[in-house]
Design a protein around this ligand. Structure first.
Ligand code: SF4
Length: 415
């Protein structure tokens, strides 16, 4: 039988205002120049100029964002002891100064709530440090490793899973040791897949990144290289033709971007992603489910459909990890399941990512999904579709017995 949640599948067409909002959110617009209208075009397009002019101090923020709230002001003062604040001028222009709940603002401007730490929140919520055979390398799954290259990013996300180490504000003192990391991979034939992350690997110069990728490609059993980067979204100027030409030498090389809201997908980002896709790099997106950012079905759908327009396949939606001080940004799993229920069947399958919880303490990614298999036995599977309609599928006969007899039947002891 269906329960009430399952039968709540949306079988009515969306109201016209939701359709209009969807179309509006999917429109591509430039981030513009905002406060930096007088900066020479060659500087604005220069990724190093963008990095040099990041907003990192309270005085800058107060000047650029007169609507700064007391909670944001207090959070910014305290950020340098937890996770530093940094925002590229390009990305800052996406903030709506008139909206205190702006979804872009919530992701990058610190808030006082970050200092409220619940008992179940953790500095290392995914247990990465306990799966680290050498500094900077996480080997949790059998055939792949996470290779942390740096503790720096172009901008800092307030919900970062690695906030213990990125930006080095809390004194973690992260020192990757490339020689030891590469040596571990070379002597571990089970590792066929290496994911470069951090911090953001695309902060490296082309030369430094090329050197690292060359060393990894020289290991015969490494089949597959991946880069995880938020730079195409925070700093699309970094995706230069030279970078793309360098990366294409290392195929198969995949790149996972990180975007959470359709407004992050500007014309600048779309063009940068096109350059990567034209270099033959398969693109995926990893989003984090965040309260008042993307926990709304129309926003989520617009984001996922817009990613496809940018030639990016939505890959994962992560339930926000139990990061210390992140409760104000965490949406419930209940909400996440409702959203998934509103996506599957209601939009292109390519637009529907896998919703996962990274099991606290280091259990790895666990996919979570609304129930589609209602029951199953030897003869049949009972399933429901996206409209809540129920169907039976006769099970193939593979010799499975109706009841598996125990190997040995214990005789009960008689009194
Ligand atoms: S870009 Fe990634 S690593 Fe850097 S702060 Fe954001 S989530 Fe963390």
């Amino acid at each position: 039988m269906l329960n009430a949640d399952v039968s709540a599948a949306d079988d009515h067409p969306p109201p016209p205002q939701a359709e209009a909002q969807l179309a509006d959110l999917k429109r591509f617009a430039s981030a513009g120049r905002g406060y930096w209208g007088r900066v020479a075009d060659c500087d604005w397009q220069d990724w190093r100029w963008q990095l040099k002019h990041r907003i990192t101090r309270l005085e800058q923020l107060e000047r650029l964002l007169p609507t700064l709230t007391p909670e944001e002001r207090a959070g910014t003062v305290l950020a340098n002891h937890k996770l530093a604040m940094a925002i590229t001028p390009y990305f800052f222009n996406l903030i709506d100064p008139a909206d205190e709940r702006c979804p872009i603002r919530r992701q990058v401007i610190p808030r006082l709530e970050e200092t409220h730490v619940a008992d179940w929140e953790l500095a290392d919520p995914c247990g990465e440090d306990s799966h680290s055979p050498v500094p900077g390398l996480v080997h949790r799954y059998p055939d792949r490793v996470l290779f942390l290259v740096t503790d720096r990013c172009a901008a800092y996300c307030r919900y970062c899973t690695r906030s213990r180490l990125v930006s080095n504000a809390s004194g973690y003192d992260f020192h990757p040791q490339f020689d030891r990391q590469i040596e571990y991979i070379a002597r571990t034939p089970a590792v066929r897949d290496v994911l470069l992350s951090g911090g953001d690997p695309l902060l490296f110069s082309d030369e430094k990144l090329e050197d690292l990728l060359s060393r990894l490609r020289a290991i015969p059993h490494v089949e597959f290289l991946r880069i995880g980067s938020r730079i195409p979204v925070f700093l699309p100027q970094r995706i230069t033709p030279e970078l793309c030409a360098m990366l294409r030498q290392f195929h198969p090389l995949f790149l996972s971007i990180h975007s959470n809201h359709p407004r992050e997908l500007t014309t600048e980002v779309r063009d940068a992603l096109s350059r990567l896709a034209d270099a033959g790099i398969p693109l995926g997106n990893q989003a984090v489910l965040l309260r008042h950012v993307n926990d709304d079905l129309t926003v989520m759908k617009a984001h996922l459909q817009k990613l496809l327009l940018c030639r990016v396949r939505p890959y994962y939606i992560y339930q926000c990890d139990l990061i210390a001080g992140s409760a104000h940004l965490r949406a419930s799993v209940r909400r996440g399941l409702e959203l998934m229920n509103g996506l599957r069947g209601h939009t292109t399958g390519y637009a529907v990512p896998t919703y996962v919880i990274d099991a606290p303490g280091g259990g790895g990614k666990v996919p979570v999904s609304p129930e589609y298999v209602l029951s199953r036995n030897r003869d049949r599977v009972v399933i429901r579709n996206y409209e809540g309609k129920i169907f039976e599928y006769p099970e193939a006969d593979d010799g499975t017995p109706l009841f598996r007899a125990p190997a040995r039947i214990e005789e009960p002891e008689l009194a």
